[in-house]
Write a protein that binds this ligand. Structure first.
Ligand SMILES: [Zn+2]
Length: 123
């Protein structure tokens, strides 16, 4: 294990993740009628609020990709709080800096990602 991510790096990742989340939520809430309420609900914590009907409705209005991305972003934010951020959720290895910079919400390293893709392609 190499050196831990410092506070400043974490803050930058948090900002990137929150910006990205806000952009998705904002863009999609514009097409909803109760947009303000939805936006507020979803912007708080997608996972915790998944029981609220607004959030459910909102989630249903998303495409699979957007929904998946929002959940990944929320999970990444949680990992930032718990110190697991930057580690692959499957093998525990560090995720490469470049990969993390391009996809800060990714839960897996490039090796596991490739493995998963090969497996789904083989089905
Ligand atoms: Zn991995």
């Amino acid at each position: 294990m190499t050196k831990k991510m410092n506070k400043k790096e974490k803050q930058e990742f948090r900002k990137t993740l929150l910006d990205k989340k806000e952009r998705i939520v904002h863009k999609l809430s514009q097409v909803m009628t109760e947009s303000k309420e939805v936006e507020m609900n979803v912007a708080q914590d997608l996972v915790d609020k998944a029981e609220s009907s607004y959030t459910k409705e909102f989630l249903l209005s998303l495409s699979d990709t957007e929904r998946e991305q929002l959940l990944l972003i929320d999970e990444a934010l949680r990992r930032l709080d718990r110190d697991g951020f930057g580690l692959c959720q499957l093998c525990g290895q560090e995720i490469g800096k470049k990969r993390l910079a391009a996809l800060p919400w990714t839960p897996t390293c490039i090796n596991c990602q490739q493995k998963a893709e090969e497996e789904s392609a083989a089905e």
